[in-house]
Design a protein around this ligand. Structure first.
Ligand code: AMP
Ligand code: MN
Ligand code: MN
Length: 326
């Protein structure tokens, strides 16, 4: 049984433990690594023994700008112990990867997440789909527990907030209020956001041009709302930076003629990480709930940003998605 907790309740769970394993989702983004780094640092300042990891545990180079990611250890090196495991930004147990060994040994598991698709897991769960980022929830927990939020912790949390809100284009007043608290605590924004949101190699420009030339538009899809598609084959994945590949979806999202964007990334031969994006606009002001499409394929996410993993050749994977996005 999972006990639902608020920020103060989550802080109470943290206060019960002297050894804590802090995990975030596989193929982590800045919210996963930012929220976990901030929590890990605040716990260490309290004298808690912290194992900060994810599966498998190699931090992508660009996310290395986030303070605290230098202390991430490989998941295989984390000892099983009977303390606490905290999972951050993980919409389901699958998203934590191969953590059974650690979950089985732990006396308590605290889930902190903001995905509406989360079915609920762990012994305790702080789940708020209205939160702009998991990092926002971590800040609430740290404040509720009287933890020190120094400039480094604030910068880690800010990384999650600024990326998950699309640089504050969505997320509402709550996200700006969280930003105010983090900047007041000394969060660094300029270098961080350049590295996370803007920087790429010169070589990427050529690859980007060639890839974008292969994008396809289907104006009749999703009841006439339109969809835009791009597939990144494994050969390209092999020579590109992962964060550059992940950034492609923002180009698709901007296509006026399409309300739904589909990015297919063949990270392993025949295995596609699918990113779905949806936005309001045009005559029908509704947002197509792409998290429902992702959930139907074993994934999840938010109504306007979701993902799943699919297997097969590009034609069969695309056909299944097209069927769900008619
Ligand atoms: P992405 O397209 O990878 O940036 O993911 C968009 C949103 O969907 C993020 O909030 C992810 O956490 C979530 N998401 C992506 N892939 C999955 C998955 N396989 N299962 C559950 N949620 C996912
Ligand atoms: Mn995430
Ligand atoms: Mn998130």
């Amino acid at each position: 049984m999972t006990i639902r907790v608020d920020a103060a309740g989550a802080a109470d769970v943290l206060a019960r433990h002297r050894e804590v394993t802090v995990l975030c989702h596989i193929r982590p983004d800045a919210d996963a690594l930012g929220s976990s780094s901030g929590l890990a640092r605040a716990l260490r300042a309290r004298g808690v023994t912290v194992h900060h990891s994810f599966d498998p545990g190699v931090v992508p180079q660009t996310l290395g700008i986030i303070p605290g990611t230098d202390r991430v250890v490989p998941l295989a090196g984390v000892p099983a112990h009977d303390g606490l495991v905290v999972t951050l930004d993980c919409a389901s147990p699958d998203r934590v990867g191969r953590w059974d060994r650690l979950a089985d040994a732990a006396s308590e598991i605290l889930v902190i997440d903001h995905h509406g698709s989360n079915p609920g897991f762990g012994s305790h769960m702080l789940l708020d789909p209205a939160a702009a980022s998991t990092a926002s929830l971590v800040l609430d927990v740290l404040e509720a527990g009287g933890f020190d939020v120094d400039a480094e912790t604030a910068t880690s949390l800010y990384a999650g907030l600024v990326t998950d809100t699309g640089s504050f284009r969505w997320g509402g007043t709550g996200s700006h209020e969280t930003a105010r608290r983090l900047l007041s605590a000394g969060a660094e924004s300029t270098e961080l956001t350049f590295a996370l949101l803007d920087a790429h190699s010169f070589a990427w420009l050529r690859v980007l041009g060639e890839l974008l030339a292969t994008a396809r538009l289907d104006v009749d899809a999703v009841g006439g709302r339109g969809s835009v598609w791009l597939a990144v084959p494994h050969e390209v994945i092999l020579v590109a930076d992962e964060d550059d590949v992940e950034s492609l979806v923002s180009h698709l999202r901007g296509v006026r003629e399409a309300r739904v964007a589909v990015l297919l990334k063949e990270y392993l031969p025949g295995e596609w990480a699918v990113s779905l994006r949806s936005r309001a606009g045009g005559a029908a002001a509704d947002v197509v709930d792409v998290s429902a499409v992702a959930a139907a394929l074993g994934g999840g996410g938010h109504p306007s940003a979701a993902g799943c993993t699919m297997h097969g050749d590009l034609e069969s994977v695309s056909a299944r998605l097209r069927e769900l996005l008619r």
